[in-house]
Structures are given as C-alpha cells and as structure tokens.
Design a protein around this ligand. Structure first.
Ligand SMILES: *Cc1c(COP(=O)(O)O)cnc(C)c1O
Length: 354
C-alpha cells in the first residue's frame, strides 16, 4: 500500500534517493565495496563530501561569498551550544519562538548574557513576534526560521548590525531567501535534507575567531573548516544521502522550483483548514509554516473516524507534538502535492459525512 508520510522528522525523503542510498550500502557506484566500509579518506568518499559541501553552497546561492559548508555531528542540539561557544563574548540576543529556541537559549546562558529580544511564549508560541527592538552591541542575534512543533515560520527577518545566526533545521532548502543576510545557518539533516546523523552548518568565515575563550577542537568551526569537514570520521552515510537529496533538488530546478510546490501544498491544506468547520488551525494565519501545518479537530466525536480514515488511506505521522496536541502535517520537500490531496480529501469528507 502506498504510504503518505507526514512525519515531522526523521521524515520523508525522495524515493529515488532512498533507492540509490540502499544500493550504495551494498555496492557504491559499482566499486564492489559498500559506502559504509570504505575509508572516509578514500578518493570516492572525499569526492562525496566535496560534492555535498559544494551543493549546499550552490543551492543557497552562497558560492564565493566567504561561506563554508560543514557536515557535523551531534545534531542541531549541539549547535545550540557550539554557536554560543564560538560567538558569544558578552551578550547575545535570542528571539524565543518555541521549544527549540528555548533549548538554544538555555545553552547560550552557559557562555554569557542572553537577552530575550522577543518571545511568543505567553501564547504557547502560536505566532512570530514582530516589530521588536534589537539592543545595540550584541555579539549575535539568534533566530529559529521554522518552528517545527508549533507550525510557525518567519516570513521576514530582522535587519541587524551584528551577525545573524539561524536554526533552519526544518525549512532549509524549502524556500527562496537571501541567505547572505545570515552569517551562520545550521540544520539537522533529518527534517528536510537526509537521515539523522549529520547537521549542516553554513558559516561566514569572517565572524569566527573573535571570542577570547578557548574552544575545544571538535566544537570549533575553524577546526572543521581547516580540515574540509573531515577533521574526524564524518557520518559517511548521512552525508552521502544528504548529497543525493541536494542533487535531487538541484535536478528539480533548485529551491525556486521546490518553493512553488511547497506553496501549493501549504495553500491546499490551509484553505481546507480555514473552510472546514471540523478543523481549526493552531498558528496565526500570517505566520503559518509551509512545512508543518498544525491543527485541531473541533468536534471530538469525529476524532476516531478521522484517525481511522487516515490510517486506511496510508497516512503516516500526523499526530501533533505533545506540547500542542491535535494534528501536525509535515510537508517537507519530498512530500508530493498528491499526498496532501489525499489528506485534504479525508478532511473534507469528514465534514460532509460527519
Ligand atoms: C528537530 C529540531 C532541532 C533538534 O535537532 P536534533 O538534530 O535532534 O538535535 C532543532 N531545531 C529545530 C528547529 C528542529 O526542528
């Protein structure tokens, strides 16, 4: 049975990427050796790493602009502390838009003063704060571009005089932005790029080396830049699959092409949520995420039927996160418009038949 995978992460990847990755585990490009049994220093893997790093910069439009792309380990969660370790000398600003922002704030406090520049916590993070003042003399400002759990997404980004750091775990490569407005971006691969096990960090090199503390080698971006993201054994499988997914995206026409599809998917589900009285959206309309749509069922007696119909149709992974409840349909790059259509049909049928 065909599945429609709305999982929030790890999540859906393109079928052909999965197929190619499966083959490479047995026999990499006809070499007679598995991707996961060859040396990471072999020509074959060095080429994979170089291609992955180059594709990341190419897709983001950041080639030749002083940025370096790294594939690191420890998840986006390690970046919560690594960013502060490398960049926080005295004071940093954070926009608190959800669970992941809060975790980033907690880690940064280990390294210096943290100013919560704006927050939507009092409304359980159902909107993105706007029009806030940014204090002067921050070492950096940290944002979360897409709030995976609450289903909100920043549509505009503040102008700053300090470096701008952004957790893009759940919407990297999903929409066109001027990525050069950011000085450091990071994203756990498992939301929109690949399997769990690697985190993409794209950093503008000239912001580094300005803190007075010593940074341990593994957490120092300069170490990884100097060693072409091969300071220690990289997560070879996760890097390979991420590379394949980026290649898939490039062949499709890059971020511009996928953005168009992502907008269609989001419009389809949000117009159903708006028109159908059985459902209500969680996030403020202007801040709704094109990646994660969060919604509730207004009539609890229909919940069982809805869940059953979804299951019968092969829909996977739409339960909401425990801190929001209800439902969450994650519509990452590899999810087809058709899959969203299947879900929307079930939603509208529920209204018609009750
Ligand atoms: C999932 C997620 C994280 C955590 O990623 P890990 O790789 O599990 O550490 C951080 N930020 C955002 C926005 C996420 O969606």
């Amino acid at each position: 049975m065909q599945k429609h995978n709305f999982s929030a992460g790890p999540c859906i990847l393109p079928k052909e990427v999965m197929q190619k990755a499966a083959e490479a585990v047995v026999n990499l490009d006809g070499s007679g050796l598995s991707l996961i049994e060859i040396s990471h220093r072999s020509a074959a893997f060095v080429e994979i790493m170089e291609k992955a790093r180059a594709l990341a910069l190419e897709l983001l439009g950041l080639e030749g602009k002083g940025y370096s792309a790294l594939f690191l380990q420890g998840g986006a969660s390690t970046q919560f502390l690594a960013t502060a370790y490398n960049l926080l000398e005295t004071k940093a600003g954070y926009v608190n838009t959800g669970t992941w922002s809060l975790k980033a704030i907690k880690e940064a406090r280990l390294f210096g003063e943290v100013v919560e520049v704006a927050s939507s916590q009092e409304q359980n993070f159902n909107f993105i704060p706007k029009g806030y003042d940014i204090p002067k003399e921050l070492d950096f400002l940290h944002l979360t571009s897409n709030n995976t759990i609450f289903g909100t997404q920043m549509k505009e980004f503040p102008k700053t005089n300090c470096p701008l750091v952004c957790d893009m775990s759940s919407d990297i490569f999903s929409r066109q932005l001027d990525f050069s407005q950011f000085d450091l971006m990071y994203a756990g691969a498992q939301k929109n790029m690949g399997p769990a096990g690697t985190t993409l960090v794209v950093v503008k090199e000239d912001i580094l080396g300005k803190v007075s503390r010593k940074v341990p080698s593994m957490l120092d971006y300069k170490t990884h830049i100097a060693k072409d993201s091969m300071f220690n054994t990289p997560p070879v499988f996760a890097v390979y699959v991420s590379m394949l997914t980026m290649q898939w995206l490039k062949d499709l026409g890059g971020i511009a092409a996928i953005e168009e599809i992502n907008e269609k998917k989001a419009n389809l589900i949000y117009s159903e949520i708006e028109l159908n009285p059985v459902f209500s959206g969680f996030a403020a309309k202007e801040d709704r995420s094109n990646m994660n749509a969060t919604f509730n069922i207004t009539d609890d007696t229909l919940k069982e039927t809805f869940d059953e119909n979804c299951k019968e149709a092969g829909i996977n992974g739409i339960n909401g996160h425990r801190s929001v409840g209800g439902y969450r349909a994650s519509m990452y790059n590899a999810l087809s418009l058709e899959s969203v259509g299947v879900l929307v049909d079930i939603m509208s049928e529920l209204e018609r038949k009750g």
